[in-house]
Design a protein around this ligand. Structure first.
Ligand code: PLP
Length: 397
C-alpha cells in the first residue's frame, strides 16, 4: 500500500461500479435483484453497426490507427457537428479516444495544472472530480437544489470564479440529475465567461441524443467563447455502444494537438474495429437514437409518476439522460428493527437488502441524501422495482 503513488492513493473508487458489483454478488447467490444502478442503455448495438465491425475485420483493419482516429471517422464526426449542432469543426479540431471518459481525461490533463481551480456544478458525474484531482487541480463545487431543477445560475457561476479558475465542467443533459440547460441559460454562462478570457469550458454532451426537452444546445455555439470550449461526446449512449469504447472531443487545434501528444504516449489510437463501427453509427441516420429516446421518454414519465407517488420521495422531472435523482432526506433518521437509516448510503443498502433493488447513493455525485435511479431497464422491471421499494419503505418508522 505505501508503495502506491500518492496520485493514485488520493483517487476514490467508483461508487457506481461498487454498487453494480454488490448487486451482481447478490444475483450470483440466486437473488432476483433489479439493478437500477447501471449507466448504460439496455438496448443492443444496432445491426448495421455490427455489420460494419465485421467488415472492418474482413478488410483487415487490424493495425494501429492514427493516434486521433482514421480520417473517415474524423470526417463523420465533423459532419455530425455541422448537421446536428451547426458547429464547424474540421479534422484538425477533432480527436477520437477510448470512450468519452478518455476524451475527458485528455482534456482535463491538458488544461489543468497544479493549483488550478475547476468549477464543477453539483450534482456531478463521479469521474470529473477524480480526474481533476489526478491533474493536480482543485475542485470548486457549486451546489444546486432539487427545487431549482438542479441548475446552476449564472450568478452562482460568477461567484465561483477566482483568478485561479481554469476550467468550467458542464454536463447537459446531466448525469445524475437529467437536467438540461436551455439556450438562454447557456447564453447566461457564455456572457460571464466572455469576460474571463483565461477560462475554458469542457462541455460533456454524451447524453445529447437522450433529450426530452427539444433540440440539444451546445455552449460551443456561442461565438464569444467558441474558441475556449472543448466538446466531449461519443457513441456509447446514443448508439448503445458502451462496450465499444469510442468517444471524441472537438475544440481548438492547439488543444487537440496537446491531447494527441498525451494519447500518443498513453494508449495510441482507439480500437480500429470500433472506429469503423462508429463511422457506420454516425453516418447511418438517426432513427435508432430517436427510437431509443422515445423508449426512455416513456420510462421517464413512468418512473417520475411512480416515484412521485411514494410518500416521502421528492422528485424533479429529468429533461434528458436516463436517471431520476430523488431527494430521500425524509427517510434519514427513521429505523427498522432497531437499525437506523442515517444517510443515502444506509438507504441504498436497505433498498438492496430488503427490496433487492440497487440504486446509487447521491454522496457519490456530491449530493448526500439523494439517490440515483437509472431507468435504463424495461417498463415491467421498473414498475416492479417501485412496488418493492414502496412496500419496504412503508416499514420504516
Ligand atoms: C456524464 C458522462 N460523461 C461521460 C461518460 C463516459 O462515456 P463513455 O462510455 O463514452 O466513456 C459517462 C458514462 O456513464 C457519463 O455519464
Amino acid at each position: 500500500m505505501e508503495y502506491i503513488s500518492r496520485k493514485i492513493r488520493k483517487l476514490s473508487d467508483s461508487q457506481t461500479m461498487a454498487m453494480n458489483q454488490k448487486s451482481r454478488d447478490l444475483q450470483d447467490k440466486g437473488v432476483d435483484v433489479i439493478n437500477l444502478s447501471v449507466g448504460e442503455p439496455d438496448f443492443p448495438t444496432p445491426p448495421h453497426v455490427k455489420d460494419a465491425a465485421r467488415k472492418a475485420l474482413d478488410d483487415n483493419f487490424t493495425f494501429y490507427s492514427p493516434v486521433g482516429g482514421y480520417p473517415d471517422l474524423k470526417q463523420a464526426i465533423s459532419r455530425k457537428f455541422l448537421s446536428e449542432n451547426g458547429l464547424n469543426y474540421g479534422p484538425a479540431n477533432i480527436m477520437a479516444s477510448n470512450g468519452a471518459k478518455h476524451s475527458l481525461a485528455n482534456a482535463i490533463m491538458v488544461l489543468v495544472d497544479d493549483g488550478d481551480e475547476v468549477i464543477v456544478p453539483s450534482p456531478y458525474w463521479v469521474t470529473y472530480v477524480e480526474l481533476v484531482k489526478l491533474a493536480g487541480g482543485t475542485n470548486v463545487i457549486v451546489k444546486s437544489k432539487i427545487e431549482d431543477d438542479f441548475k446552476m445560475s449564472p450568478r452562482d457561476l460568477e461567484e465561483a470564479i477566482t483568478p485561479k479558475t481554469r476550467v468550467l465542467l458542464l454536463c447537459s443533459p446531466n448525469n445524475p440529475t437529467g437536467t438540461v440547460y436551455t439556450k438562454e441559460e447557456l447564453a447566461g454562462f457564455a456572457e460571464i465567461l466572455s469576460r474571463h478570457p483565461g477560462i475554458f469550458v469542457i462541455s460533456d454532451e454524451i447524453y445529447e441524443h437522450i433529450n426530452f426537452s427539444g433540440k440539444h444546445e451546445s455552449i460551443a455555439s456561442f461565438k464569444e467563447i467558441h474558441d475556449r470550449v472543448i466538446v466531449i461526446n461519443g457513441v456509447s449512449k446514443a448508439y448503445a455502444m458502451t462496450g465499444w469504447r469510442l468517444g471524441y472531443l472537438a475544440g481548438p487545434e492547439w488543444v487537440v494537438k496537446a491531447c494527441s501528444k498525451l494519447q500518443g504516449q498513453f494508449t495510441s489510437g482507439p480500437s480500429s474495429i470500433s472506429q469503423k463501427a462508429s463511422v457506420a453509427a454516425l453516418t447511418g441516420g438517426n432513427s435508432f437514437p430517436v427510437e431509443m429516446m422515445k423508449a426512455f421518454l416513456r420510462r421517464r414519465d413512468l418512473v417520475f409518476e411512480l416515484a412521485g407517488s411514494i410518500d416521502g420521495m421528492k422528485v424533479s422531472r429529468p429533461g434528458g439522460a436516463f436517471y431520476l435523482f430523488p431527494d430521500i432526506s425524509s427517510y434519514c433518521g427513521l429505523s427498522i428493527d432497531g437499525t437506523v437509516i442515517r444517510d443515502d448510503n444506509d438507504f441504498c443498502m436497505f433498498l438492496l437488502e430488503q427490496a433487492h433493488v440497487a440504486a446509487v447513493p447521491g454522496t457519490a455525485f456530491g449530493a448526500p441524501n439523494h439517490i440515483r435511479i437509472s431507468f435504463a431497464t424495461s417498463d415491467d422491471r421498473l414498475t416492479e422495482a417501485f412496488k418493492r421499494m414502496d412496500k419496504v419503505l412503508k416499514r420504516l418508522k
